[in-house]
Design a protein around this ligand. Sequence first.
Ligand code: ADP
Ligand code: AMP
Length: 214
Amino acid sequence: MKIIMLGAPGAGKGTQAKMIADKYHVPHISTGDIFRANIKNGTELGMEAKKYMDQGLLVPDELTVKILLDRVGQDDCKEGYVLDGFPRTIPQAEVLDKALANLGESIDYAIDVDVPDENIVERMSGRRACVSCGATYHLKHVPPKKEGICDKCGNELLLRDDDKPDTVLNRLKVYHDQTQPLIQFYGNKGVLKTVDGTQAMEDVFRSIIAILEN
Ligand code: ADP
Ligand code: AMP
C-alpha cells in the first residue's frame, strides 16, 4: 500500500499519516521530519535545508528527491509506506513516478486532506512538537496532559520556527503555487481521494479508512 498525503501545511497530513502507519504497519515517511532530524544533528544536509525552511520556502528538488528515493529504497518500505510532505512539486512527483515505474509499481492513493486557508494559521500557530520524538499536539485541539511536556516521552514541546504566522503565510503561498497542482496531477492518474480535513481527527481518519478498505 503506497499512499501520498496531500494538503496545505497544517492540514493534518502528519496526524493522519501516523494513524495510517500504525494501523496498517507501514512506515510513515515525512521529508520535513528527515530535514528537521538533520538540522538537529548539524549535518550538511540539515544546514542546507534550514536556509529554505526558515523562510517557508521549499528545499530544492534535487536534494529532496535524493533523500526520499534513498528512504523508500530501504527494506522496511517493501510492503508500502505513507508519504507525508512529499511530493510537493510536479517535478518531485514525476521523479517518484518514474522510479516506481522502473520497479513495475505505482502510487495506490493520493489522499488530499482538504482544509481552507482560514483554518490553517490557527492550526499551525497552535501546533506544538516534541523536540525529541517529534510527536505533535495542538494547544486547543490535541493538548498534552501536562502543559509543554510530551505525553509520549516527557521531553519539551516547542512551536516550530516555521509555524510562526509570517512564515505560515509564505508557506501557504508556496503551497498554492507549487504543491496544489499535484491535486490535478494525481486526479489525472485516477488515484486522488479527497477528505474533509475540517472534521475532528478521528472522523478524518474514519473517512480515510473507508477509502482504503473500500
Ligand atoms: P501537517 O502535517 O499537514 O502539517 P499536522 O498533522 O501537524 O499537519 O497538523 C497541524 C496541527 O493541527 C497540529 O497541531 C495537529 O495537532 C492539529 N490537527 C491535526 N488534525 C486536526 C483536526 N482534524 N482537527 C483539529 N486539529 C487538528
Ligand atoms: P513539513 O514538516 O512537511 O511541514 O515540512 C517543513 C518544511 O520542510 C517545508 O516548509 C519545506 O521547507 C521543507 N520540505 C519538506 N518536504 C519537502 C519537499 N517534499 N520538498 C521541498 N521542501 C520540503
